[in-house]
Design a binder for this molecule. Structure first.
Ligand code: GLV
Ligand code: MN
Ligand code: MN
Length: 415
């Protein structure tokens, strides 16, 4: 632990905060928020800043075919499996300054702290920025980590289009062209451990007055896209009895889904976050509606049962319209590696930081990476539990405490 404490002591609260605030300017939106979508020019500008900081810390930079961006600091044994940390740099459309980007900047801060403390690790340490975690430009999220962990090949995402009709395949090709100066590395590979730092995005740590969440696991998620097809018709002349109104059908379907997912214990989470009616004109009956479903629960059997009931329920409620339901994303509930969790707990104790073992309600790249590598996560508090909102906030000192815990936990894995 002694080396870990030395590196933790070299973590600079001010440097980390300044980097986060510099990055927050790239894609800034009113109210202190950020809109930085995956594989856009803004994403690339943010990545260039990170590349500069990583190189200054002595790391080498590579990119893989899913556009995951890697920073590597060699250890004494270059052939040893690396220890990895990181998160994502893309944001929600009305996102905050910390979701994802904190985990990347914390990793960069550990690289800088290693250089400043003069500590050399046995294993290589790699910091990664995973591509398209949020899934807000290209659905689903976690594409980069899925591709890296072998859950799906990158080619499986190629035809998925954003709201402007640009496919992931085209955006990825353009992006890799813009980063053609960076050496390529193969997708995948062996690693010794993965630890991701992230803001909690919920109220628990703040309400309990605690510094660090030691994340025991992540609940399961299933994403669906529903397309309801009726017939567009004149709003003034078409008798209601003759309509096939896709918007009314969608409302019946959502009412049925609310009934299916009603949970007095508030553990099952059901969200319709995107809803689009076409042709989108006051005096036309909607001929087509598309909406998304985000369903989450920590118990796999229950998540399967509820999710598997969706298609029949929506099709029945949509009649006389037709409904097509496509499942876009499935992440089973996951428990993190107990050995790494114990290591994080020892690190927090040695640093005198209060902590709590807690599950994650949000999904993260770690949920996918954990299929290939022993993994765990560290949370820092979120003010008022707010996230996916410009008002998202964690103080500079809370972020630095998380990075110190991360540094000590990583050194423990890599020493
Ligand atoms: C991650 O952004 C999630 O939706 O859980
Ligand atoms: Mn995130
Ligand atoms: Mn997010």
């Amino acid at each position: 632990m002694e080396q870990g404490l030395r590196v933790a002591a070299a973590v600079s609260e001010a440097r980390q905060w300044d980097r986060l605030m510099e990055l927050a300017k790239i894609g800034a939106i009113p109210g202190d928020g950020v809109n930085r979508q995956a594989l856009t020019a803004l994403d690339r500008a943010a990545r260039r800043l990170a590349i500069g900081w990583a190189e200054a810390a002595g790391a080498t930079v590579t990119v893989d075919e899913a556009a995951n961006l890697w920073f590597r600091l060699e250890g004494r044994d270059p052939s040893a499996a690396p220890v990895i940390t990181g998160s994502h740099m893309d944001s929600q459309p009305a996102g905050g300054r910390f979701d994802g980007i904190y985990g990347v900047v914390a990793g960069l801060e550990v690289l800088s702290a290693l250089r400043d403390s003069g500590v050399t690790l046995e294993r290589p340490l790699e910091v990664v920025a995973w591509t398209n975690e949020e899934g807000s430009r290209f659905s689903p999220g976690c594409m980069g980590s899925m591709a890296w962990a072998g859950t799906k090949p990158v080619s499986a995402f190629a035809e998925i289009a954003d709201a402007e009709g640009v496919t992931f395949g085209a955006a990825l090709a353009e992006h890799l062209q813009a980063e053609a100066d960076l050496p390529r590395r193969p997708l995948g590979g062996k690693a010794h451990a993965y630890i991701e730092a992230h803001i909690e995005q919920g109220p628990t740590l703040e309400s309990e007055g605690l510094a660090i969440g030691i994340v025991t696991g992540i609940q399961g998620s299933r994403w669906f896209t529903v397309t309801i097809t009726g017939a567009s018709a004149h709003a003034g002349t078409t008798p209601v009895s003759l309509r096939r109104d896709a918007l009314q059908a969608a409302m019946r379907a959502i009412a049925a889904l609310n009934a299916l997912t009603a949970d007095p214990t508030d553990v099952l989470r059901f969200t319709v976050g995107s809803f689009l009616a076409e042709p989108g004109s006051s005096n036309s009956v909607a001929g087509r509606v598309r909406f998304t479903i985000d369903l989450r629960h920590p118990d796999d059997a229950l998540l399967m049962e509820k999710g598997n009931a969706i298609t029949a329920l929506v099709q029945e409620a949509a009649y006389p319209c037709t409904a097509e339901i496509e499942e876009r994303f499935t992440a089973a509930p996951l428990s993190f590696d107990t050995g790494i969790l114990d290591g994080i707990e020892q690190a927090t104790q040695a640093l005198g930081l209060s902590s709590l073992r807690m599950p994650s309600g949000a999904f993260h790249d770690a949920q996918l990476v954990a299929r290939a590598v022993p993994s765990a996560m560290i949370f820092v508090p979120s003010r008022d539990g707010i996230s996916h909102n410009p008002a998202e906030f964690t103080s500079s000192s809370q972020l630095a405490a998380g990075t110190r815990a991360l540094a000590a936990a990583l050194v423990r894995q890599a020493a």
